[in-house]
Design a protein around this ligand. Sequence first.
Ligand code: CAA
Length: 379
Amino acid sequence: MDLSLTEEQLLFQKTARDFATKELAPIASQLDEEGRFPSEIVKKLGELGFMGIAIPEEYGGAGADYRCYVLALEEICKACASTGVVMSVNNSLVCDPLYMFGSDEQKRRYLTPLAKGEKLGCFALSEPNAGSDAANQQTTARREGDTYVLNGTKIFITNAPEADISIVFAQADKTKGHRGICAFIVEKGTPGFRVGKVEKKLGIKASSSSELILEDCRVPRENLLGEEGQGFKIAMATLDGGRIGIAAQAVGIAQACLDASIRYAKERVQFGQPIASFQAIQWMLADMATQIEAARLLTYRAAFVKDKGDRFSKESAMAKLYASEIAMAAGVKAIQIFGGYGYMMDYPVQRFFRDAKVTEIYEGTSEVQRMVIAHSLLA
Ligand code: CAA
């Protein structure tokens, strides 16, 4: 793997860093406090080409590679992980499956406005009894002529309250188990399709997560994504890419913890000297920095393998597993370095700590990542 960045990759990184520093970082704490969805920021991300980075220009995307996506996402998440997840869901959980499995008409009609950032998407897989066990879909799809009738409840769906287009998974033939699951493109405003309870969360508070309720929701047959019964594989293949995005998010959060800790350790004076001069602090900084570099390399590698077109389930699971766990550890260390101030809401490290936690949970818990890795080792 060539570790040097191409001109295009450097440009994505710089553009994202400049935008994040100037426009996002100054308002991130306020967005978190208010739990306000950053509509104006998401619109600008679209204008920068950040809502469909790895989608070809012909379908409204930036036509770049996954490495560019990872680089941009890390910078955005360093400033605001809430904004980062809005961006990552649209890129990897919505645009990607539409590009990989959509018909040309579906790409033209749905992918293009999503990749341009004119519309926002969400990925509706989780249910009350289908979290880690994603194949246990209880939402049903009944075929009636040229339509499917969908019934069920999805939960914890990131972007759902604002989404114009949802990728919804449902069981069309229970006797076939996971091979009966289908994926559908459901438009906002479809009768029988509505947003339910909007969740209050520990972190990533400026992103929204809610229920999606389907009650005799009729979806035309042309909105079936991929083949009938292909839904579970579409979900799994999509999550392989999504997990690289969450790994990049975790690296961004961990880097934010390290940057804040270094600044603070140099300023904070105790026992007559900056606390950065104490070995206890230096070792924490050294461990954080080393782990971040390792997580970043795993993330780049997963993106590299995906860009090459090889199977990357193991690589993305490893990147997400490691990056999310070191982001959480970085959050704990950053609060420790800040001491009492770190525990107060006036300093941003508590936000990084709260935001880091979800990276160990969504798009497959750390335990699920270990299952994916072990499965691949033993195959
Ligand atoms: N790509 C393509 N196909 C795949 C695949 C992949 N990565 N992984 C599995 N499959 C296929 C298998 O080949 C198998 O196909 P066949 O039956 O034809 O042989 C089929 O899928 C079933 O595979 P498994 O038996 O391995 O499936 P399982 O039921 O044991 O589940 C699991 C495996 C890894 C635990 C999976 O259920 C899983 O990933 N669970 C976690 C779900 C998850 O990540 N949810 C996140 C929700 S979205 C979200 O969080 C978004 C957000 O908020 C930001």
